[in-house]
Design a protein around this ligand. Structure first.
Ligand SMILES: Nc1ncnc2c1ncn2[C@@H]1O[C@H](COP(=O)(O)OP(=O)(O)OP(=O)(O)O)[C@@H](O)[C@H]1O
Ligand SMILES: [Mg+2]
Length: 274
């Protein structure tokens, strides 16, 4: 299937180069009278970190929830590899290789790290006549341990419930889980917000490592230093609209803050370049 023609009305969709692995066009989302998104465009490219920034309430989490099947858009289109897709639920997005690490931590505290890694996707040993199988706990434990090792996440005991880990370690498990399943896109909604200096550093290294495997990483962060450190491209949302798409090239924190707050509006057109 060929990608549909570009939306010429969207001055922000000017990125040259290959087709975006995931693209949003004109996404509108209303919650009753609240219009959280007012026609947002967005792109994520394979092997790149795209930072999604904006002030509180700009619409970042809402956009991510739409692009990962949690919410349905009121209007607009989502394209995967240039083809229109519809996500009716997170499992639709999962099936297409799209994973999310949520702002509000989403691990099950009573389960072990490996049970969390395979939550909802448990491996089952075939039972009698291929029916009534048992959970293949040994394999899930082994594959989880391999994933933790590969991503350099050290947990003191992978057989203890997640509740016994620190917040940062739980976040690492949530990130590893998403990476293990993501084939196309990983959204990370403020993955370092609750982390200390060392864990933040490790998480940012992890972000670069995932991206080097060819997956598109979308990082939401309020920490502009982190954004400038890891992002290839920066998308800026304000009041439910994308107001800039910037290549991370000679940009300062002041430029980003200016774009988020509107202080640089007089030069906004020049900023909407890739
Ligand atoms: N479930 C909901 N019901 C009603 N309004 C909502 C809902 N979710 C988000 N909103 C509203 O949509 C707007 C965008 O919220 P969103 O959470 O997407 O912002 P954000 O950019 O992620 O902010 P933050 O940086 O604080 O996480 C806000 O005005 C918020 O109040
Ligand atoms: Mg948010």
């Amino acid at each position: 299937m060929q990608p549909p023609p570009a939306d010429t009305a969207s001055s922000a969709s000017v990125a040259p180069g290959p087709v975006a692995v995931l693209e949003a066009r004109g996404i509108v989302k209303r919650f009753g009278h609240v219009e959280a998104l007012r026609g947002v465009d967005f792109e994520a490219h394979a092997g790149e970190v795209t930072a999604l920034i904006g002030d509180n309430g700009a619409g970042k989490s809402t956009l991510v929830k739409i692009l990962s099947g949690v919410y349905q858009a009121t209007a607009g289109n989502i394209l995967l590899d240039g083809c229109n897709v519809t996500f009716n639920s997170p499992s639709d997005a999962h099936a297409l290789g799209i994973e999310t690490v949520y702002q509000d931590l989403s691990v099950a505290p009573d389960l072990t790290p490996s049970a969390n890694m395979f939550m909802g996707r448990e491996l089952v040993l075939p039972g009698l006549l291929g029916k009534f199988g048992f959970l293949d706990n040994a394999r899930m434990r082994r594959e989880s341990a391999e994933a933790f090792q590969r991503l350099k996440v050290s947990l003191k005991d992978i057989d203890m419930p997640i509740a016994s880990l620190s917040g940062g370690q739980r976040q690492s498990v949530a990130i590893c889980r998403s990476i293990m399943w993501a084939k196309q896109v990983v959204f990370m909604d403020e993955p370092t917000a609750a982390l200390g200096v060392v864990q933040t550093r490790r998480t940012l290294e992890l972000v670069r490592r995932i991206c080097d495997t060819g997956v598109a990483v979308v990082l939401i962060s309020h920490n502009m230093r982190d954004v400038l450190e890891v992002a290839d491209t920066i998308e800026v949302l304000r009041l439910g609209r994308r107001i800039a798409r910037l290549r991370n090239n000679n940009i300062s924190i002041q430029d980003l803050v200016g774009a988020m707050t509107g202080a640089l509006d007089s030069t906004a057109d020049e900023q909407v370049t890739a």
